[in-house]
Write a protein that binds this ligand. Sequence first.
Ligand SMILES: CC(C)(COP(=O)(O)OP(=O)(O)OC[C@H]1O[C@@H](n2cnc3c(N)ncnc32)[C@H](O)[C@@H]1OP(=O)(O)O)[C@@H](O)C(=O)NCCC(=O)NCCS
Length: 253
Amino acid sequence: MVPSETTLDRSGFKLAEGIVHVWEGENLCQQGNPESLYRILDSAEQARADRLRVDQHRAQFVACRAWLRLLLSAYTGVVPDQIKLSYDEFGKPRLAQEFDGLVLVFNVSHTSDRVLIAFGTNSMLGVDIECCREIRNLEGMVDRVCSPAEKVIWKRLPEQRKIDVFFSIWVRKEAIIKAQGTGISLGMSKCVLGGVNLDHPVFLPVSCGEASEWSLLDLGCGSQHKASIATNVPVRSLVHRCLPHTPLADLYL
Ligand SMILES: CC(C)(COP(=O)(O)OP(=O)(O)OC[C@H]1O[C@@H](n2cnc3c(N)ncnc32)[C@H](O)[C@@H]1OP(=O)(O)O)[C@@H](O)C(=O)NCCC(=O)NCCS
């Protein structure tokens, strides 16, 4: 699915069970005045930004968290700098409070130039984006990431498709892992995908619940990237939008 351009119109911020919104941003570190955006962050986020010594990394982290807070504000009605985030023991950020009886869930993924921020309700939700690139020991990576049955399918692919398909498998599995929340230690090869295109989970670690209840959806983010979203509930509507290119500071400050 290719995202549609949109402005930040409040009427677009309605979530319900089975509805997932994904916001895609490009080159966020070039948006707005980093010092103004820094003030939207809470003290823990500011301290984390202060520890980032590379200007581009710092600017990207600050802009990404500022956008996350701006979007959470639009969904909840809470002012961006008053949003309370908490972190579980594996570092997954969550909203500390419920809204209108719904648990608003979100997840973030970034590459050097892209950010995806996904929102849903009352579910485990994870998103992952990767830039397709050459991998030195691709076969070795496939051995670590894939189950034996997946490896058989991957090895039969024409050479020119192997990198693309590897990254599709990677983002699907990492989206599941990020939804579940304990991180990569969950074991990529233990999240088993099925079908000729390896596009749905057939077996997952017990902490994920029934594989058949999960939805795994690929997102179109251009030919250089693979991206996927995973949630442990049926998805009846997935909306994929671009963040406006308007400097963030003009929208909020
Ligand atoms: C979560 C994880 C798979 C993300 O990997 P990644 O591909 O490098 O990063 P992505 O860009 O896709 O995602 C990063 C975002 O996911 C979110 N995130 C962080 N920890 C997460 C977790 N455990 N589960 C899901 N999402 C997580 C954050 O929003 C983070 O963005 P931020 O850097 O702006 O805060 C990886 O970092 C991991 O395995 N973390 C667990 C670490 C752990 O076990 N910690 C134990 C305590 S020390």
